[in-house]
Design a protein around this ligand. Structure first.
Ligand code: NZQ
Ligand code: ZN
Length: 389
């Protein structure tokens, strides 16, 4: 296996009533705070008022930018970066799900640059020299943005949705209070859980040599999602379920499970094209794609990993013929997404037809898929999309 560096210095406050530390943490970065949030869920659940009162109690100066969209737009990023420059902001506080945190990451970088923040994401791939510090309060367990270096931004003008990783985008501090996710709808809980599953599967299914310890860790996290996502959907205020999902969301993508693997991800580039063209929920697209991708990639060379997945995650009898275990594992994953979590199972069901499949396949394949678990070109991706219709 490859050597690696692991360095995720995000300070995490996990659990109820940790927001009492918010003021002191923000004050450590300066006096002027830009709080960012989405379409209003934080106001409905009373979180907005709690956060504002903590900021005021600490004697900090508050600026705010709401209305960040799911699949956040570059226009919101530009607005935030401008506000930071205009008001001399010292620290950004993202209160929300992955969309709000992602947008805030690029506002923080844009605030320190004298060019359009889209240049960070476009082909220009502008260097991120500096970014303002980011603190996050997570409200939806899904993307792991609260503890990872990535962010994904949409540009409707060019119909692009592009991700970028950079250590400077990592939140310095994240508050993870499972009770603030009690209000997340069953649908968003399902999509978030599918997203976490995918983050793990993208790393787990890999032809590079695995570290046994990390495989066990990944299998444990997948069993955690399978166990607790349905509970959280049925009992939204079940603390144990919400807490398990929340901590899994962070660890599924904070780099720990990679263990030096360098393979490209497969389903995420394919899904980002679906979101770019049809503005669908990220986790839903992944749920539809993942079982088809697994079926498409299944062959004798890759079979052992499917067998390991089927027996260790779904408890399939290891005495069955390996190919049967693999097929059953894929069926059980699809059953989890579409029956247990109740997500739509085809692109057709969510109003996507074959019109743009080729275009999306070409763009997705350009995202490094030749280095994936099974190398995929545009024809392969188009075939996988067709399997999803
Ligand atoms: O906007 P508000 O009103 O806050 O409502 C949101 C939104 O409508 C709602 N919500 C969030 N917390 C809630 C809540 N509703 C009730 N109670 C709460 N406590 O949920 C809806 C979806 O929110 P969003 O932030 O869009 O969801 P998610 O966290 O799934 O983020 C998705 C975005 O993250 C990107 C995705 O591509 C997508 O753009 N990703 C980011 C990654 C990263 N940073 O590493 C990796 C992922 O693979 C992913 O690509
Ligand atoms: Zn994802």
């Amino acid at each position: 296996m490859n050597s690696f560096i692991y360095h995720i210095p995000t300070k995490v406050y996990f659990g109820e009533n940790q927001l009492s530390h918010l003021g002191e943490e923000l004050a450590g970065f300066g006096k002027r705070v830009l709080m960012t949030y989405g379409g209003g869920s934080i106001k409905r659940i009373g979180l907005y008022d709690r956060v504002v009162s903590e900021i005021r109690r600490a004697g900090l100066e508050l600026f705010e930018l709401g209305g960040i969209e799911p699949n956040p737009r570059i226009t919101s990023v530009r607005r935030g970066a401008e506000m930071c420059k205009e008001h001399g902001i010292d620290v950004l506080l993202a209160v929300g799900g992955g969309s709000t945190i992602d947008a805030t990451k690029f506002m923080a970088a844009g605030a320190c640059a004298d060019f359009d923040p889209w240049d960070f994401l476009s082909e220009k791939h502008a260097r991120i020299d500096r970014a303002l510090p980011i603190v996050s309060i997570l409200t939806l367990s899904a993307t792991g943005s609260e503890m990872d270096t990535g962010g994904v931004i949409s540009n409707p003008e060019t119909q692009d949705k592009i991700g970028r990783l950079d250590p400077k985008l990592l939140p310095r501090v994240s508050f993870l209070d499972p009770t603030v996710t009690y209000s997340v709808s069953p649908y968003q809980t399902a999509c978030g859980s599918a997203d976490m599953m995918s983050h793990i599967l993208e790393v787990y299914f890999c032809m590079e040599k695995d570290l046994y310890m990390l495989d066990c860790f990944m299998e444990g996290m997948m069993r955690t999602i399978i166990k607790y996502a349905p509970i959280a959907m049925k009992e939204p205020d079940n603390y144990e379920a919400r807490a398990n999902l929340m901590w899994t969301s962070s660890w599924a993508i904070n780099g720990f499970i990679n263990g030096g693997k360098r393979k490209a991800w497969s389903c995420h580039p394919m899904e980002h094209e679906l979101s770019a063209y049809y503005d669908i929920t990220h986790g839903l697209g992944l749920a539809i794609l993942t079982p088809r991708w697994m079926r498409y990639c299944l062959d004798e060379t890759r079979l052992p990993k499917y067998v390991q997945f089927g027996t260790n995650v779904f408890g399939i009898d290891p005495k069955l013929p390996p190919m049967e275990i693999a097929e059953r594992a894929i069926d059980m994953l699809a059953d989890f997404f579409f029956n247990t979590l109740g997500l739509s199972s085809t692109l057709t069901d969510i109003g996507i037809d074959d019109q743009k499949l080729r275009l999306m396949a070409e763009k997705a394949a350009g995202g490094g898929l030749q280095h994936a678990f099974k190398p995929l070109d545009a024809d392969d991706v188009e075939n996988i999309y067709k399997m999803c219709l």
